[in-house]
Ligand binder design. Sequence first.
Ligand SMILES: C[N+](C)(C)CCCC[C@H](N)C(=O)O
Ligand SMILES: O=C(O)CCC(=O)C(=O)O
Ligand SMILES: [Fe+2]
Length: 421
Amino acid sequence: MWYHRLSHLQSRLQNLLKGGITCQALQQPNFKSLFPIAIHWHHTASKSLNCVWQQLEDHFELQYADTVMRFDYVWLRDHCRSASCYNSKTHQRSLDTASVDLCIKPKIIRQEETTLFFTWPDGHVTRYELDWLMKNSYEGQKQKVIQPRILWNAEIYQQAQVPSINFQSFLETNEGLKNFLQNFLLYGIAFVENVPATQEHTEKLAERISLIRETIYGRMWYFTSDFSRGDTAYTKLALDRHTDTTYFQEPCGIQVFHCLKHEGTGGRTLLVDGFYAAEQVLQKAPEQFELLSKVPLKHEYIENVGECHNHMIGVGPVLNIYPWNKELYLIRYNNYDRAVINTVPYDVVHRWYTAHRTLTIELRRPENELWVKLKPGRVLFIDNWRVLHGRESFTGYRQLCGCYLTRDDVLNTARLLGLQA
Ligand SMILES: C[N+](C)(C)CCCC[C@H](N)C(=O)O
Ligand SMILES: O=C(O)CCC(=O)C(=O)O
Ligand SMILES: [Fe+2]
């Protein structure tokens, strides 16, 4: 027994010393393993490059800038940026991916400085820049966030002293718009000051950064507590923290609020960073965070008031995360509009309620609540995928106008201004 293990170790050691590393496929019982090949690490001539690679049986392994990256050969062929495979004017692929042999392997790989050249069995040559591979590898992406954010509670937000942007500079300068968007992306809320208190000016603001998302509430909406629509928003009642349009398959990305008039008391707006609360859940109870990101729920809007007849249903988990880096990108939280839960068995339901409670406790901590009084002239933009809003009950006449924005178009504007979004 001892002897056995020893000799096994010895032969492995000898293999290593010879410089041969048997590839993983060797242990897998498939046709590829019939022809084990010895693989050698290729070191770059220039030591300063700090790059080694090896051509393995079923993938290419590259070690560059302290990262080990693994690339599938079909992926590599699919991402060929040669003129016949990719149109660099339109940034679109011309290669028909379905024409690539799923067992494709390069015939030759060679390196010149910072470029790798792959020659494929049909003679086609693909070149890859090491930096491009680094940037576009799974291993590279896994460590990156798509959207840098500053998570906040009331104190963090107030301490940050995030400046509001002036109406004029928002409309007339790219710098003003960029500052505004940078704050909005980081905090999920941002204010514009000195806006003339009309619906038209509010619309102008919205159109400066995005297409307006028209919904069942209209393009620009304008509302008071007249119960003209079958929803609590159109009353004087308090509204607990929530995100809007959870009953859409894709909830509206951004909400714009402009209070044009309020003669009365109360009516303050509550803002809570949903991602901050979710992060607390992740720290305290990761399995509950996971459940909230896995269990699909329905939200529903049923309206039959006057001429308005609507029935909307949206499906999705409370927390939506990117699977490769676990980054949170959307929270759907609206206890008013949550529909009957009939998509989950009873035992999971119970665990889900526990997880939902944990999140709710975090969302309701007074220290996480930011209260603001909306005033004519001060327009609030809310990231409806991240920040929850609510309102205090009020008395008197209160007029609010605003609209929803399409998230894609807001992010598009941000990217065009050079921001990471
Ligand atoms: C008044 N306004 C148009 C802004 C929104 C009304 C939507 C209210 C709904 N319960 C929701 O949370 O989605
Ligand atoms: O009246 C308010 O301040 C906000 C009401 C609300 O939640 C909404 O309109 O989405
Ligand atoms: Fe709302």
